[in-house]
Design a protein around this ligand. Structure first.
Ligand code: 6PG
Length: 469
């Protein structure tokens, strides 16, 4: 065994683990990676940039023993029981002061449990959210570390070096106490689900009602990406429409089965929003629509039974494209607002002290939900770090006021032509309800009191009341 001491170790050399390690090596760190599959170690070494120090090994012991102290290592393995079993395998090899990072999409409650478990043994355990997919890991992801402050200080130079940069500022910052890193990443993914669902609804109208070809869809999204909608998700959507299928020579997007997968982070966001509680209906709708997409057989039967017909228009296309643009922009802002309001609430409820101004700042680059809107949000939280909801910021309000009329018109049109716009509608519904000083929930309180003596509060005096209805 060589005596070289490495700066950083990676457990799990799948694409994400390998790419992050190569990224670290490119920034001058000596790195070592472990994977049970020996071929992955070889792939890692073969992909290393000339002159960098990169080693692949096939036992955990070989990796741990060759790390500099305090030993710093990250797991990038599937979330769930695999993380626990890697921790058990690691424990006999570790010593007090070592830093173990879980860089996967683990549920924050698992992270909290693991922090306590390892703290008792003198091991620093951190949950870190890493966003940016395979490419991001290789060239610069957005990194969301949380928990152990001492470990964060040790890790800071490495994480800053590999992260994405916006105006030379690294897209990594301390996200708060406990499992804040994984919590912020979970909500990032919830927003990701919402934006993807919103884009798919707009695509539905533009393809089936407006009748745009894939080339035209490409042009629309490409143009949008050059304006206020500029974002990673709009950019890749434009690219997708051009990709040809090797097998049929059709556009690939048309050959892809319409059942969406998911690994759980969107669902967890909705579940925890209900626990807090906080209202994030557009994220909930996005999760629900992915679920409904899985009921293909039932949808096919229902389509045969109800025979919805979707009329394609021949005139007025430009007008609908403009409505679609404004509707999407407005609903995306409202989706961020829901996710950020969740972080605001969770920050105090779960005692994480999440710095929202840093969250939006590090989301400006590297991550899947990066967009030019994040610049506006960063300025808003700089003004008021404790802003409960981004919709309360004057600059954001000015945009939403201007666009909400077209969101409304676009939804009306979609409903009239029987194209479901569930996420767009929930965004508008949330906004309309949020702007109502008086909601109709007085009636719900009356009903609860009538059938269950659940009591109510009055508008004119303090206290709790019950009426014999
Ligand atoms: C990211 C992504 C990444 C992953 C999602 C996909 O930020 O890089 O969010 O973590 O692509 O987990 O989630 P689903 O499989 O649930 O869509």
């Amino acid at each position: 065994m060589s005596n070289t001491l490495y700066d950083f170790g990676m457990i799990g050399l799948g694409t994400m683990g390998r790419n992050l390690l190569l990224n670290l090596a490119d920034h001058g760190f000596s790195v070592i990676g472990f994977d049970k599959d020996i071929s992955k170690g070889a792939t890692l070494e073969a992909a290393a940039t000339a002159g960098t120090t990169v080693k692949g090994v096939s036992t955990l012991a070989e990796m741990v023993q060759q790390l500099k102290r305090p030993r710093k290592m990250m797991m990038l393995v599937p979330a769930g029981s695999v993380v626990d079993s890697v921790i058990e395998d690691l424990l006999p090899l570790l010593e007090k002061g070592d830093i173990v990072i879980d860089g996967g999409n683990s549920h924050f409650t698992d992270t909290l449990r693991r922090i306590t478990y390892l703290q008792d043994k003198g091991i620093h355990f951190m949950g870190i959210g890493v966003s940016g997919g395979e490419q991001g890991a290789r060239t610069g992801p957005s990194i969301m570390p949380g928990g152990d402050i001492a470990a964060w200080k040790e890790m800071k130079p490495l994480l800053e070096a590999v992260s994405a940069k916006v105006n030379d500022e690294p897209c990594v910052a301390y996200m708060g106490k406990g499992a804040a890193g994984h919590y912020v990443k979970m909500v990032h993914n919830g927003i990701e689900y919402a934006i993807m669902q919103l884009i798919s609804e707009v695509y539905d109208i533009l393809k089936y009602h407006v009748g745009l070809s894939n080339d035209e869809l490409h042009t629309v999204f490409k143009t949008w990406n050059e304006g206020e909608l500029q974002s990673f998700l709009i950019e890749i959507t434009a690219e997708i429409f051009l990709k040809e299928d090797d097998l049929t020579k059709n556009r690939l997007v048309d050959m892809i089965y319409d059942k969406a997968g998911s690994k759980g982070t969107g669902k967890w966001t909705s579940q925890d929003a209900m626990n807090l509680p906080v209202s994030i209906p557009t994220i909930d709708a996005a999760v629900a629509m992915r679920t409904l997409s899985g009921f293909k057989d039932e949808r096919t039967a229902a389509a045969a039974l109800y025979k919805p017909t979707i009329k394609t228009i021949t005139e007025g296309k430009e007008k609908i494209i403009q409505l679609a643009h404004d509707a999407l922009y407005c609903a995306i802002i409202i989706s961020y607002a829901q996710g950020l309001s969740m972080l605001h609430k969770a920050s105090s409820e779960l005692q994480m002290d999440i710095p929202l101004k840093d969250v939006v700042r590090i989301w400006r680059g590297g991550c899947i939900i990066r967009s030019s809107l994040l610049e506006i949000f960063t300025a808003a939280y700089k003004r008021d770090a404790m802003l409960a909801n981004i919709l309360l910021n004057k600059k954001v309000a000015a945009i939403v006021k201007k666009k909400q009329g077209n969101l409304r018109k676009f939804i009306q049109k979609s409903i009239a032509v029987k194209i479901p716009v569930t996420a767009l509608s929930t965004a508008l519904g949330y906004f309309d309800a949020y702007c109502r000083e008086r909601m109709p929930t007085n009636l719900i309180q009356a009903q609860r009191d009538l059938f269950g003596a659940h009591t109510y509060q009055r508008t004119d005096k303090e206290g709790t009341f019950h009426t014999e209805w």
